[in-house]
Design a binder for this molecule. Structure first.
Ligand SMILES: NC(=O)C1=CN([C@@H]2O[C@H](COP(=O)(O)OP(=O)(O)OC[C@H]3O[C@@H](n4cnc5c(N)ncnc54)[C@H](O)[C@@H]3O)[C@@H](O)[C@H]2O)C=CC1
Ligand SMILES: O=C([O-])CC(=O)C(=O)O
Length: 308
């Protein structure tokens, strides 16, 4: 089984590292345009094999798509990250061209692949990838909600002073500072509503911290984050290659679900060997529905900037 990661930068290298460490593929190809960069990352990762006890061959290439041929899953991380003070949306001018050409090249060599799109602005890049690949809708998955949900659970666990693994919480909507929707009403601490323990004000604070999770890290790091984005990307890969049928929040092409059409935006989906297999209806209340509608409208506006 071959998994390809495009972009050998912070996020791509992190995805490749988790994929190799978890032995999600026996061949992990990393492709970048920067001369020798992917080859260097691959060699460095291969030298972890005996230290971390994995057996996966990591192959790096500078732009040779023939090495990606026959990939089961391809993760797209190529493109520029934001700097402090920027929004993800400001990256569209540079990243749209990169994501379009990368998608077209990948599909030539791996027509049966499932694409996991990470490059920002992610929902719009997922829509672009879906349109320019011509793949069946289930084989294009935007990764943002999985990361945002992990950050939501982290913030909830911080507020509850508990083990994050005892907390469930999902973020839907666009992967943007103002478009994310942390579903606080549905979040639980070991099956009990978090509102049993946290005030409305505290939950509002948790939701706000979740929404600006990426911006907060960008401010601290000077560039955007990579450990949790890498782990979230690898979690989607794992759900596919191990056919986990896992319920994850992901940006997928909607045809009426959640009241939206012809858009990729974050909703709960089941992920397995065929990509995303179905959208799960969380039965949103009126307030959540209104937020989702506003979020989708913002994503749609961004999509209008694409030349398809
Ligand atoms: N969806 C999400 O949850 C997240 C998305 N991101 C996004 O992921 C993207 C990558 O972020 P980082 O890895 O931190 O950036 P980075 O700058 O560390 O790495 C990007 C890599 O892409 C490569 N690249 C550029 N054009 C290419 C092309 N045409 N073909 C192949 N490779 C190409 C660059 O040479 C560079 O090595 C950014 O757009 C960032 O905003 C980052 C974190 C989370
Ligand atoms: O914040 C950013 O620009 C990168 C990203 O999408 C995230 O970490 O959530």
């Amino acid at each position: 089984m071959k998994v390809t990661v495009v972009g050998a930068g912070n996020v791509g290298a992190s995805v490749a590292e988790y994929v190799a460490m978890k032995e999600l593929a026996d061949e992990v190809v990393i492709l970048d345009i920067k001369e020798g960069f992917a080859e260097g990352k691959a060699m460095d990762l291969n030298q972890c094999a005996t230290l971390n006890g994995f057996n996966a061959n990591v192959i790096g290439t500078t732009g040779d798509y023939s090495k990606t041929a026959g990939s089961k899953v391809v993760v797209i991380t190529s493109g520029i990250p934001r700097k402090p003070g920027m929004t993800r949306e400001e990256l569209i001018g540079t990243n749209a061209g990169i994501v379009k050409s990368v998608t077209e090249n990948l599909i030539k060599h791996s027509p049966d692949a499932i694409l996991v799109v990470i490059s920002n602005p992610m929902d719009t890049m997922t829509y672009l990838s879906a349109k320019s690949s011509g793949l069946p809708k289930n084989r294009v998955i935007g990764m943002g909600g999985t990361l945002d949900s992990a950050r939501f659970r982290y913030r909830l666990a911080e507020a509850l002073a508990c083990n994050p693994n005892d907390v469930q919480g999902v973020v839907i909507g666009g992967h943007g500072d103002t478009t994310m929707i942390p579903l606080t009403r549905l979040a639980t601490y070991n099956s009990t509503p978090v509102s049993n323990y946290l005030s409305e004000e505290k939950l509002e604070e948790v939701a706000k911290a979740t929404m600006v999770g990426g911006a907060t890290l960008t401010g601290l790091l000077g560039t955007s984050a990579w450990y949790a984005p890498g782990a979230a990307g690898a979690a989607v890969v794992e759900a596919i290659v191990r056919d986990q049928k896992k319920l994850m929040s992901a940006s997928v092409y909607l045809e009426g679900e959640y009241g939206q059409k012809d858009i990729c935006v974050g909703v709960p989906v089941i992920v397995g060997k065929d990509g995303w297999e179905e959208v799960v209806d969380f039965k949103l209340n009126d307030d959540e529905k209104a937020k989702f509608e506003a979020s989708a409208a913002a994503v749609r506006k961004m999509n209008d900037a694409l030349e398809l």
